[in-house]
Design a protein around this ligand. Structure first.
Ligand SMILES: [Zn+2]
Length: 217
């Protein structure tokens, strides 16, 4: 599903990164593996987040890549890689108190990997023909579930996070790529956040029930 992307504009915060050859799986011309980042807080957060997300959703990415030319974040189904635009990440994560916003975006993209693994993309289409929106709201719900789980270990401001999902909403209800109105994305994320479970399958089923209620239209 090529359209699974979220876009924000760039920022100007500098970050140093390794200049080594692209890691297997990070094949784009401006991509490199998160593993290749120089040791710093950003790398530490990204490596830890990948590990936790993979445990929470019970799957493995083939690679987790930064991309210097990408202005969003996306999950590449064919390559099974998570790609995060460097500037996008820095913009969402700033000021430093907003690091959970960036992690929330990564969790949303990881949710698409989960949906792919479990064949949910087709199922969500059957729930409602408004394909993209159902899938996106379900991913917001799953991202919320992960952040709720994360909030037991770290300080997570659910209001700050929900606001971001509100801002990610779009009003293009007549367009195929419509992801959901701000209020719908806000509510899906929040509902997932408040769903307390360690089991990703249970979380996902509750998300499907929620999305089908929302009717996605
Ligand atoms: Zn998405």
């Amino acid at each position: 599903m090529g359209g699974v992307r979220t876009y924000l504009t760039a920022c100007a915060v500098a970050i140093t990164c390794g200049a080594g050859a692209a890691q297997a799986g990070c094949s784009g011309p401006y991509q490199y593996g998160v593993d290749e980042l120089e040791q710093n807080v950003v790398k530490q957060v990204l490596v830890t987040t990948r590990d936790e997300i993979e445990r929470f959703f019970d799957f493995r990415f083939d690679a987790f890549c930064m991309d210097e030319e990408e202005y969003g974040a996306y999950y590449d189904i064919q390559a099974n890689t998570l790609v995060v635009g460097l500037e996008f990440f820095l913009e969402v994560a700033n000021p430093p108190g907003n690091i959970n916003r960036a992690i929330g975006v990564i969790a949303h993209e990881a949710a698409h990997a989960f949906q792919t693994k479990h064949g949910l993309l087709n199922m969500l289409v059957e729930v409602n023909p408004h394909r993209v929106k159902c899938i996106e709201l379900h991913a917001d719900f799953l991202a919320g579930g992960y952040m709720g789980w994360r909030s037991r270990l770290y300080d997570v401001d659910v209001t700050n996070m929900s606001e971001m999902f509100y801002e990610l909403g779009d009003g293009q209800t007549n367009v195929d790529g419509h992801h959901g109105l701000g209020a719908e994305r806000f509510l899906s994320f929040r509902q997932g956040f408040q769903t307390v479970t360690d089991d990703e399958i249970t979380l996902s089923s509750m998300g499907i029930a929620y999305v089908s209620q929302a009717k996605c239209d």
